[in-house]
Design a protein around this ligand. Structure first.
Ligand SMILES: Nc1ncnc2c1ncn2[C@@H]1O[C@H](COP(=O)(O)OP(=O)(O)OP(=O)(O)O)[C@@H](O)[C@H]1O
Length: 255
């Protein structure tokens, strides 16, 4: 699609002799939930790492909102409005829940040393806005009552929700979630499902998702890309993917 928000073309990533990603292409449009699925070791996380600037791809092209980003560092990409979570929770576990959300906004809130030292009115206003945003998102992910608890002491499912809140306080355009349902119980997975759909519908965020929970993927995705052994295997709506013989074969080969 010509005006896609994120356009990935002919992406490849080589680790020494291993071509982990080979010729992957994908588009994410405004307000879309896109999933990347594939058997274990297919290259999904590597694709994520390339898109989010964690790795510099060895080939191909990544364009976000009209800007080439495949050579940019991860922090520059997140400033453009593309933020991610990781397969394993990466919070500041010694900080409180709300501190995690305030720190996340720091690099996005435009203040300088002078205004910080002298706590100018504009600095105070921005600080207050950061707190308001943090409280808003804590409410939204049902963690307000834990605001002053150390993040590392939260239950696992709560930590995963805090990670999403930490992304959302930066007001992203595209949120990338790497296996957000891993380790969640069915109730937490359902809450996650509703949260992700709400992020799209109520906050106009596009979501790029890697997930093994097929119920979740099939239930919330607008479109799905399937990768197998680093290469694109299929793409389409959930119904098209469910009925695709190549996809069924790739998954059957896994079990
Ligand atoms: N930093 C790295 N150095 C060398 N090889 C790597 C590196 N990262 C990933 N790989 C290899 O690339 C291949 C793809 O791995 P990747 O983690 O992207 O797959 P995945 O689809 O995300 O798997 P899973 O579903 O199990 O998380 C694997 O063979 C993996 O061992």
């Amino acid at each position: 699609m010509a005006n896609a928000m994120l356009k990935v073309r002919d992406l490849s990533m080589r680790f020494g002799g291993l071509l982990a990603v080979n010729g992957v292409a994908l588009d994410v449009n405004e307000r879309e939930i896109i999933s990347v699925i594939g058997p274990n070791g297919a290259g999904k996380t590597t694709v994520f790492n390339c898109i989010s600037g964690f790795y510099t791809p060895t080939g191909g092209n990544i364009n976000y909102k009209g800007q080439e980003i495949h050579t940019l560092a991860d922090y520059k990409i997140s400033r453009l409005g593309m933020v991610r979570t990781f397969q394993h929770v990466r919070l500041f576990s010694q900080m409180t829940v709300i501190e995690n959300l305030l720190v996340a906004q720091h690099r996005h809130v435009n203040t300088n040393l002078f205004s910080g030292l002298f706590k100018t009115p504009s600095y105070r206003k921005k600080e207050q806005e950061s707190i308001d945003r943090a409280v808003y998102w804590l409410k939204k992910v049902n963690l307000l009552e834990f605001a002053n608890r150390e993040a590392g002491n939260l239950a696992y499912g709560q930590q995963r929700r805090l990670e999403i809140a930490r992304c959302m306080v930066t007001e992203p355009g595209l949120l990338m979630l790497d296996e957000p349902a891993a380790g969640l119980n069915p109730k937490e997975t359902k809450e996650l499902d509703e949260l992700i759909v709400s992020l799209k519908e109520d906050y106009n965020v596009s979501i790029l998702l890697i997930e093994h929970d097929m119920n979740l993927v099939m239930g919330i995705s607008d479109r799905i890309y399937v990768i197998n052994q680093g290469q694109p295997l299929a793409s389409g709506t959930p119904d098209q993917i469910k009925a695709n013989p190549d996809v069924i074969k790739a998954y059957l080969g896994e079990v």
